[in-house]
Design a protein around this ligand. Sequence first.
Ligand code: SF4
Ligand code: SF4
Length: 75
Amino acid sequence: MNTEVKKKKIKRKAQVSKDYCVACGACTSECPIGAIKIVGGVFAQVDQDRCVGCSKCANICPASTIDMINMEEVK
Ligand code: SF4
Ligand code: SF4
């Protein structure tokens, strides 16, 4: 019988609701790895392949328009 248990690791990633973003740039200054950029001067967008889920952008956003979302992966 296979008793191996697969562990699920939860990764958190930032996600911008662009409808409420005012393109202030606070999040881009705060991100320690430059994973969030202003697109076309209109809204912020997160490169989720690079985001390490530190929440700094979400904590500083004056419009509260960045959510930290859980992404599961099986390890
Ligand atoms: S959660 Fe952290 S790493 Fe991800 S975009 Fe925000 S500041 Fe950058
Ligand atoms: S801090 Fe918030 S409002 Fe400002 S650019 Fe980033 S997501 Fe948009």
